[in-house]
Design a binder for this molecule. Sequence first.
Ligand SMILES: [Zn+2]
Length: 428
Amino acid sequence: MQLPPQIVIHRAAEEIGGSCIEISSGVNRILLDFGLPLSAAKEKKAAHEYRLPLDGAYKDQTPQFDAVFLTHAHPDHYGLLAELNPEIPVYAGRATINLLQNVAPLYGISLSHLRFVTISPGETVKYGSISVTAIAVDHSAPQAFAYQVETAGKTILYTGDLRAHGKCGYLTHGLARYAEPDYMLMEGTTLSRPGKISETESELQLRLEKEFSAAGLPVIYFSSQNLDRFVSVYKATRALKKTLVIDPYTCYVLEQFRHLGRNIPQWNWRGIRVYFAPNSITEKLEERIFRYAGRKISLKDILLHPEQFVIKDNFSIRHSLLKRSADIHLIHSSWEGYLKEEDNAFIQDALTHNLPISVIHTSGHGDYNTLRSLVNKLSPRLLIPVHTECPGRYGELFDVPVRVLKNGEVLFLQNQPQTENRTADSVA
Ligand SMILES: [Zn+2]
């Protein structure tokens, strides 16, 4: 029996992370994102334990989906891929695919059984009566996408994760070109604190510059995969005519983004040196690290002139510096939640050595003002919360009709979208 066209948020309707949304035309079915819950990082359970009730998506089943479209390379959006049926193609931007194929295996995630297909911003892919267009947006992962899906005479806009205060904020503003979707599934990660205004990545860069000029050798923790943050750290370092010291893993990650443009910093750029930290990831890079050898720097050279350097933190270099009682200045430039984790080695080292930590970070997600302005510009006929802890607040926070879905609840695509916060009559 053919089902009517529908949207189902299988996960992330009521929480942040683990995103997976199904859109079906009745004949064709696609999935937007295929993520693991955020809790999975701590729980260490096998991926199959996080399977959603999706008959025909998994590797031991007959495939019943046409394709998966990924928004970006964060595990809460792709982490379930290890369970995906290899006959179902996975579409994503090139930077996302590079990270999944080349970097994820370093963490024991093997996706080599899957067929990845590059989709470029503005490109449309059709499966029968469903067409999907990738739209570049700004997020803390490089080359993040939103998707516009057209089926059964309706347009559905899925924002993925986005913000407008990063270095590619203009992309998110460009979403206005896709105005008046029938349905808009919008993330609301920050909506539990709607009064908080996010610092821009450029403002953060200026703060880093001040921090790097303070006393002590700066040792800064941030994710190598957060390209915006890397650029901010690099530019702040260069503004002070200092040299940024990175590890081979970071060199390798930067190479995955080389295709994004000539302005993407690489390990062989001026003002970058490489410290060969012996650790499990460096080991897995094997002979690939030899090409970085020309930029090698030793700990001795760093300690001869500490005022000339900024160090990108990793466990190995931090411990080598602490062992030599170097005068270091710890900076944490990542999600603040990590600072509360009891088993966080960065925090434990700071406590053991009685070192203060400067926290310099801005979110990968748009603040309330950004989301509100986006909703006003796009004017969706129906707004659907996703990737949020407070779906129930959308009705009070946004001036458009809202429909809150539960995980697994079916929303049939109808001629007149149905709301629960307002009556259908109020929909123009
Ligand atoms: Zn994300």
